[in-house]
Design a protein around this ligand. Structure first.
Ligand code: FAD
Length: 579
């Protein structure tokens, strides 16, 4: 390993110089889970890799998902057996070996309302679901529950029509943190990772056919440089078609955007000791436990608006609350909603053939997006350019392997096969021993035991790096915001190890106050700006501007999601000051 996987925002200048100066085997465009995965896959095969992300790591779909690492029970009904099988294998690999610090088992209760018809049907599905796992079982087997048993676990359910329930297991993850950790692991294998750097043009070789790199723009300064690479890999999610246009190529597929919205409510609003999944007319609705909150969703509707800021509507929120209230004894209301977020699924639709006319969006007879397969497609529209879209967060590792295989397919040297199934992410190796020594760590670093648990759950064995910052400056041990477990040290760490360049990188993705806090984290924006500013050399004016930038961003999000009119709890910007 050439580096220890530190992405230090203070060294960004050096990263940009390397992009211009070095020649790479593979240049990855896009820093969501697919691009981070591709960078890790390629770098761990011994290739020279660069990754450019136009905004922040995971700022697209990869921070806006349901945060489940799952087979997807509902895909069984669509006979998508291959997808479910692969996804369950991946889930188990991540929970048990590759990222046990980040991917954690979670139970889901599936309430049954038609005893005779539903139990055998759902039960058979779950037998199949469980059977698709490998022989080593990192999550428990499903169980049948009586109505009484179900109400004991989930008193929030309305007892009226309840006939019983099934309890099964999947896994969950902080999607943004996971993406970041994959990118850091890629960096630990020598990948050069640059954020707020967009690909603006694809370069061609002397004969005009092969793609040989990309012209990229530093979005912070506007400065452009050429990055040379033997192969360019496009992992741009819902932006894929736009990147293909940069190259003037038509790939063998086009990307349809499907919007999914979630609402976040306090834990006490739904009394249950397990996650829940309930049927809706169109699909399913999840109640996903998220610390002291629930994430409830999702929706699935066609989207053709702004890719960067998908907007939830009143209708989306009403749909989720109505679907939830069909099963709850105490209905959720708008006043329970702490936050709303929307993301765009990059669903792939194959076009006639490579080079044929791309889809112009859904035709009249197009399938509804709920029915479009979540499998991925890889294409090499011209030599030197491999591109991938579709898939799921859960299957990112397989997607990465497939697109890198395609990218190196015509290299004149042998490239080793993917090894990421044997490569624990940073923070995973030796986790059990560090967890066992949590008490000792608490004593050594003079912090309460719950702080150690919190850090281990987010950084795994790298928690000691955060603790070292606290040892050097004990003031950083103070919590950042009342009622939330995050520490000031984690803001500093986000800059020195996790490439956070702006306040929103910290509050939206390194920690999740944007969706977890009723004020979206605006109340601590000034403090975050001040901690970041000390490290990044921001003067007073810059610190104020960075705070203001975050407040404006939150205000804009709340305008587009029309939260103002849904009286979301405490969405008060007034209390936050730009210091
Ligand atoms: C509502 C919802 C719920 C979901 N729930 C789940 C779930 O529970 N489990 C699951 O497995 N999957 C889930 N998914 C699917 C999963 O989230 C996505 O498949 C995955 O995050 C897509 O990742 P990506 O890297 O392909 O795209 P993205 O995360 O969008 O990344 C693409 C990146 O490319 C960058 N980019 C674009 N153009 C350029 C350019 N020119 N130069 C540089 N960078 C560029 C963008 O800024 C962006 O960061 C869900 C999706 C949605 C929308």
């Amino acid at each position: 390993m050439a580096s220890n996987g530190v992405l230090d925002a203070r060294e960004r200048g050096g990263v940009l110089s390397r992009l211009a100066a070095e020649r790479f085997d593979v240049l990855v465009i896009g820093g969501g889970i697919t691009g981070a995965g591709a960078a890790l896959d390629a770098a761990s095969r011994g290739l020279r890799v660069a990754l450019v992300e136009a905004r922040d790591l995971a700022s697209g779909t990869s921070s806006r998902s349901s945060k489940l690492v799952h087979g997807g029970l509902r895909y069984l009904e669509q006979f998508d057996f291959k997808l479910v099988y692969e996804a369950l294998r991946e889930r188990d690999l991540l929970v048990s070996r590759l990222a046990p610090h980040l991917v954690k088992p979670v139970s889901f209760l599936y309430p049954l309302y038609k005893k005779v018809v539903e139990r055998p049907y759902v039960g058979a599905g779950l037998v199949l679901y469980d059977a698709m796992e490998g022989t080593r079982r990192p999550v428990p087997h499903h169980r049948h529950l009586t109505a009484r048993g179900a109400l004991k676990l989930a008193p929030a359910l309305s007892p009226g029509r309840l006939a019983g329930a099934m309890l099964y297991y999947d896994a969950q993850v902080d999607d943004a943190r996971y993406t970041l950790t994959v990118a850091r692991t890629a960096a630990a294998h020598s990948a050069v990772v640059a954020t707020r750097v967009s690909a603006v043009e694809l370069l061609r070789g002397p004969d005009g056919t092969r793609v040989t790199g990309a012209r990229v723009r530093d979005e912070e300064s506007g400065h452009e440089v050429d990055v040379r690479a033997d192969s360019v890999v496009v992992c741009a999610g819902v932006w894929t078609d736009l990147v293909h246009e940069l190259a003037g190529v038509r790939a063998g597929y086009s990307v349809r955007m499907s919007k999914g919205v979630h609402v976040v409510v306090p834990r006490e609003a739904v009394r249950a000791d397990t996650g829940m999944i309930v049927r809706t007319d169109k699909s399913v609705l999840f109640f996903i436990p998220w610390g002291e909150r629930w994430i409830v969703g999702t929706t699935d509707t066609e989207w053709s608006g702004d890719r960067a800021e998908p907007a939830a509507t009143e209708e989306d929120i009403d749909y989720i609350l109505a679907a939830a209230n069909r099963v709850l004894a105490r209905p959720l209301t708008r006043s329970d909603v702490i936050a709303v977020y929307a993301g765009l699924r990059p669903l792939v639709a194959a076009t006639e053939s490579n080079g044929s006319k791309p889809d112009k969006g859904p035709s009249k007879g197009a399938k509804p997006t709920t029915k479009v397969s979540r499998e991925h497609l890889v294409d090499v529209p011209v030599p030197g350019l491999a591109s991938i879209a579709g898939g799921k967060f859960t299957t990112y590792r397989l997607m990465a392997r497939d697109v890198v295989d395609a990218a190196v397919g015509d290299f004149d040297r042998k490239v080793p096969a993917s090894v990421t199934d044997q490569l624990p992410l940073l923070g995973a190796d030796g986790l059990a021993a560090v967890q066992a020594g949590a008490g000792r760590l608490a004593e050594d670093y003079r912090v309460p035991r719950p702080v150690i648990e919190h850090l281990l759950g987010r950084y795994g064995t790298l928690a000691s790096q955060v603790l070292d910052l606290i040892r050097a400056d004990p003031a950083l041990a103070r919590p950042l915001a009342d009622g939330h477990p995050y520490l000031r040290a984690e803001v500093a760490y986000a800059v020195t190890h996790e490439n956070a360049l702006h306040v929103e990188d910290v509050l939206m993705r390194r920690m999740r106050l944007f969706i977890e806090s009723a004020d979206s984290g605006t109340g601590v924006a000034t403090e975050v700006s001040s901690i970041m500013g000390r490290l990044l050399g921001w003067n007073r004016r810059r610190r104020a501007a960075e705070t203001r930038r975050y407040l404006d961003l939150v205000a804009a999000e709340q305008t587009v999601t029309d939260i103002g009119s849904c009286s979301v709890r405490g969405a008060a910007l007034a209390g936050a000051s730009a210091g």
